[in-house]
Design a protein around this ligand. Structure first.
Ligand code: ZN
Length: 135
């Protein structure tokens, strides 16, 4: 179950905190009282590639600090209609794509779910179980 802890926080404010560096360095910042990672590939991809879905064009409008099942709080980006924005692998990792910023693009959750790839369907099923939001 996903729990919303704080927000909204403007896209500009969050992207201003995002560090373009090795995600393994685990850079963090305090946002509205919550310590969150700010150099994940997902956040770097939003900063470098923009917040609009490459497939349907809808764009992220605000970030929220959220956590799922008592995990560490993290930043999630949503559209004005509360659609979650995700990082998509251009070439699926199951097809040999690398987990790098160059192989990343911004995609909304429904388009990511619909992407015609077994790897994505699998990923969606996992996310579905975890978040209960895949449509
Ligand atoms: Zn989309």
């Amino acid at each position: 179950m996903r729990e919303r802890l704080a927000g909204p926080i403007s896209v500009d404010e969050v992207l201003g905190l995002v560090r373009i560096e090795d995600p393994h360095l685990k850079a963090r910042a305090v946002v509205l009282g919550h310590k969150v990672k700010v150099s994940t590939l997902r956040l770097q991809s939003f900063k470098l590639h923009g917040t609009a879905c490459v497939t349907c064009g809808i764009a992220g409008a605000a970030f929220f600090v959220e956590r799922t099942n008592q995990e560490t709080p993290h930043l999630n980006l949503y559209t004005a209609d509360n659609i979650l924005m995700t990082r998509d692998h251009i070439v699926a990792t199951a097809d040999g794509g690398l987990d790098t910023i160059e192989n990343s693009q911004t995609m909304c959750f429904p388009c990511n779910c619909a992407k015609d790839s077994k790897a994505h369907i699998r990923k969606c099923e996992e996310m579905d179980k975890k978040q209960g939001e895949c449509k």
